[in-house]
Design a protein around this ligand. Structure first.
Ligand SMILES: [Zn+2]
Length: 313
């Protein structure tokens, strides 16, 4: 099927964003609601419905031929269900059928939010034109997605490339996912801040204990703050090196709030990659910041939808 306009949804623990995404990546209409993350599943679905209704009020809506969803995970694209860790009311929740009913039977595709971001970066961002890429979001959590053989690789359930929950520290701390020593347990923003505080870093007078504040301190020469970013960088590098060794990616793209730390993160990350990515076929691996910004989830949900429906964008 062909559609030059996709209704995209980006569903996270704090907000549900929607947009009509055109074939050139432009956003023709937008809608947003806060996620009632502590509410029961029906209330969260009602918020999704409100976003869709607002998009449907746009004069462009009749051109929309499909809905693409990128959701906090895990998702199950095969079953059409989602179980986002940060939305407890949704466990094996039938999001795809709910959305399909709401939009009068349009085709609906579902991928994890890391896969959606990857689709955006591959279409128009830092991974454009690349045959093999790992794209990651490093913020409250750590997610990601893969481009293999020049195509988005969502995997059977839409979660492939979820680098945040591969173990890089065999005897590391337990992770909320049930594993141990996961990349996310070391490299997410809250864990960077926690580790800095535990090691004696103290926030400035404003009391800001975010990862951004730790990054600012590191930039000002605070060795404890820098060490916490260094540890996060090593965890990310170990995960990236493992991925490159397994599937031969040529670039790792890093976005999300923690990537805004710039060289505080990227300099030790490149150093650690030299240490971990040692074999000849991974030594040339590039690392680059993401380019798509805050709309990556929406643009990527649409891009993934086009790719899965087999229609050119
Ligand atoms: Zn984990």
């Amino acid at each position: 099927m062909h559609t030059d306009l996709v209704a995209a949804l980006d569903i996270g623990g704090t907000k549900i964003a929607g947009a009509l995404v055109a074939g050139d990546g432009g956003l023709l209409a937008r809608a947003q609601r806060p996620t009632p993350a502590r509410a029961e599943g029906g209330a969260v679905m009602a918020a999704v419905g409100e976003v869709l209704d607002e998009l449907a009020a746009s004069p462009e809506w009749p051109r929309a031929g499909a809905v693409g969803i990128g959701s906090a995970g895990p998702v199950d694209a095969k079953a059409g269900t989602v179980s986002p860790v940060n939305i407890p009311g949704w466990r094996d929740y039938p999001l795809v059928s709910g959305v399909r009913e709401h939009v009068g039977g349009l085709p609906v595709t579902l991928v994890g939010d890391g896969v959606a971001m990857t689709a955006a970066e591959h279409w128009q961002g830092a991974a454009r034109g690349r045959a093999g890429a790992l794209c990651m979001v490093v913020s409250t959590g750590v997610g990601g997605g893969l481009v293999l053989g020049g195509r988005l690789h969502p995997g059977p359930t839409g979660n492939a490339g979820h680098i945040g929950h591969i173990s890089v520290d065999l005897d590391g701390d337990p992770c909320p996912c049930g594993g141990r020593g996961c990349v996310e347990r070391i490299a997410s923003g809250p864990n960077i801040a926690r580790r800095a505080l535990e090691a004696g870093w103290r926030p400035a007078a404003d009391g800001d204990t975010s990862a951004a504040a730790v990054a600012a301190a590191a930039r000002d020469g605070d060795p404890v703050a820098a060490a916490s970013f260094g540890r996060a960088a090593r965890a990310l590098a170990a995960g990236i090196a493992a991925t490159a060794t397994l599937v031969e990616i040529e670039i790792a793209v890093i976005g999300g709030g923690v990537a805004n730390a710039g060289d505080v993160l990227f300099a030790p990350l490149r150093e650690a990659l030299d240490e971990f990515a040692t074999l000849s076929f991974v030594r040339g691996l590039e690392v680059a910041p993401a380019q798509m910004g805050t709309d990556a989830g929406l643009v990527g949900a649409a891009a993934a939808c086009w790719e899965q429906l087999g229609a050119g964008a």
